[in-house]
Ligand binder design. Structure first.
Ligand code: ATP
Ligand code: MG
Length: 433
């Protein structure tokens, strides 16, 4: 499959072009020979013969060049320009390839070599870039001399959505003409597509989570208006279920609002300094009734001195509430939850404060760990719903930590509990326990 445009003229142009290019030489020769015939006694036959020789000398090299060019068009772009364009192509951060009009590679940058390892200089690009969308875009760009775009799925170890832009670039040739080269630039659209998919999933999940309690509410309203109208006992029971469902909806909306608030301010690091020790104590005290209900003992191991970090008090309350509540809800079978704080160093050696929430429940299987902070992700949806969960807690935790320039570590050994560690960059004085 040749990419070359069938309408384009050959590199040096057709015969009329060649005559036009040689016209001055031929005219000058004709004048000179006429003058010699008239003034210097040159015989007309010799004059004609001399003219034929000059014309042949002026035209035959063009034909030789044609023969050369048809075999070696890649090298026909002027070296100075080729070097300049190669430097530009090399400097483009995205994958970029410069092709001649026949589709052979003149230059490619490192990113392009990584994207398509089969691309080789002086070889046809279409064999390395096998996507039909690319070949069509190239053909159209050559035929119309206008930019063309194409999207395609690059199926490798990891599938990537790529967008290709083909831009015609006229390049000066060794012999004074121009060659219509093509600059191919590739843009990885995968992150954008992922965000798009996540947004669609998010709307679908949020609507589903709201629709479930809403359906229960309207079902009970129908029953209360109809068959159970006069049944005082059923009314009492249904009203309490309706109350629980309405509370769940309110909680979901609260969580969604908190999440979007934290996301909106993600780029602004909290400025005020807060002591996190009393915040953790306040959360643990507030969850004491839940701990009693689940028969779990909360052990607190915190320093007596203040531990100050740049932080937002309200957000930190929510963060620790989510972690300790999860430990109480999902790790209740272990009967113990330990909340502790220590100083440590991050991988790059920066000092940080680590708050650990450890439970001794069933733990979490390793395949779930990387997905726990996704919105609405739950290991066991039924279990979480039964506990009044919405699946947004850890997502909120992650966003709050991002805003605080911190990170969340999750470690778990199935059947031996889980440890959630919130790490914060350290602000000022070290802890004195
Ligand atoms: N300590 C834990 N032990 C075992 N599983 C846990 C633990 N913490 C979280 N999980 C699992 O992670 C899932 C996601 O937790 P997350 O806090 O995001 O949502 P949730 O608790 O279900 O709902 P919400 O926090 O919005 O009330 C939970 O549903 C649960 O399956
Ligand atoms: Mg939770």
């Amino acid at each position: 499959m040749a990419i070359e445009d069938s309408h384009s003229s050959s590199f040096f142009g057709p015969w009329p072009d060649r005559l036009r290019h040689s016209a001055i030489i031929l005219l000058a020769a004709a004048f000179a020979l006429c003058a010699l015939v008239l003034l210097a006694d040159l015989s007309p036959a010799r004059g004609v013969a001399a003219f034929i020789c000059i014309a042949a000398a002026a035209l035959v090299p063009w034909r030789l060049h044609d023969a050369v060019s048809s075999r070696e068009e890649v090298g026909s772009v002027r070296p100075v320009e080729a070097a300049a364009v190669s430097a530009v192509v090399a400097g483009i951060p995205d994958p970029a390839v410069l092709l001649d009009r026949a589709g052979r590679v003149i230059h490619l940058n490192a990113a392009a070599a990584q994207l398509a390892p089969a691309l080789r200089k002086n070889e046809l690009a279409q064999f390395a870039l096998r996507s039909p969308e690319i070949v069509t875009a190239l053909r159209e760009a050559i035929a119309t001399s206008e930019s063309r775009r194409a999207s395609y799925l690059d199926q490798g170890l990891v599938d990537r959505w790529m967008e290709l832009v083909v831009t015609p670039v006229p390049m000066p040739t060794l012999f004074g003409g121009t060659e219509k080269c093509m600059l191919l630039t590739f843009h990885d659209q995968t992150p954008l597509r992922r965000v798009e998919e996540m947004r669609a999933d998010f709307v679908a999940n949020a609507s589903h989570e709201l629709r479930t309690p809403l359906a229960a509410l309207s079902g009970f309203i129908d029953t209360l208006q109809g068959p159970a109208k006069e049944d005082a006992k059923a009314r009492e029971r249904f009203l309490s279920i309706m109350h629980a469902q309405a509370t769940r909806m309110a909680r979901l909306i609260d969580d969604l609002l908190s999440l979007s608030r934290v996301e909106l301010s993600a780029h602004v690091r909290p400025e005020s300094s807060v002591d996190i020790v009393p915040i953790i104590r306040q959360v643990a005290d507030g969850l004491e009734p839940l701990a009693r209900e689940r028969q779990v003992e909360i052990e607190i191991d915190l320093p007596t001195a203040p531990v100050t970090i740049p932080g937002d008090r309200e957000e930190l309350l929510r963060l620790f509430e989510n972690l300790i509540e999860n430990a109480l809800k999902y790790g209740a079978s272990g009967g113990r939850v330990i909340v502790s704080l220590k100083e440590a160093a991050s991988a790059d050696g920066a000092p940080e404060i680590r708050v650990m929430v450890r439970d001794f429940g069933p733990g979490i299987a390793p395949e779930h760990l990387p997905r726990l902070t996704e919105r609405f992700y739950r290991v066991d949806v039924g279990d979480s719903r039964q506990q009044g969960g919405t699946g947004l807690g850890l997502s909120l935790v992650k966003h709050i930590l991002n805003r605080h320039r911190g990170r969340l570590l999750i470690e778990s050994v199935p059947r031996n509990g889980a440890t959630f560690t919130a790490c914060f960059p350290q602000a000022k004085s070290p802890i004195s326990a």
